[in-house]
Design a protein around this ligand. Sequence first.
Ligand SMILES: [Zn+2]
Length: 74
Amino acid sequence: MKRREISFSNTSDGSCDSTNCNNPIKRSVSRKKVDLVSDLKVEGTGKKVGLCQECYRIFRKSTKKEREMESFGR
Ligand SMILES: [Zn+2]
């Protein structure tokens, strides 16, 4: 079971836009691209989505997978 952390405020700036994630934003990427990544679900409606380091890593991996779909991992 996932425990939802309490966010201090509803600001979209500052913390990761991915659902279930409250890490500080490291990168902002285009929302359209994030929509293509099924592993990432983001909130908000802005054109840009803020991702923390971990989510950005997932994002990069997934966008990379589009090219090289060989090892499915684990
Ligand atoms: Zn995140």
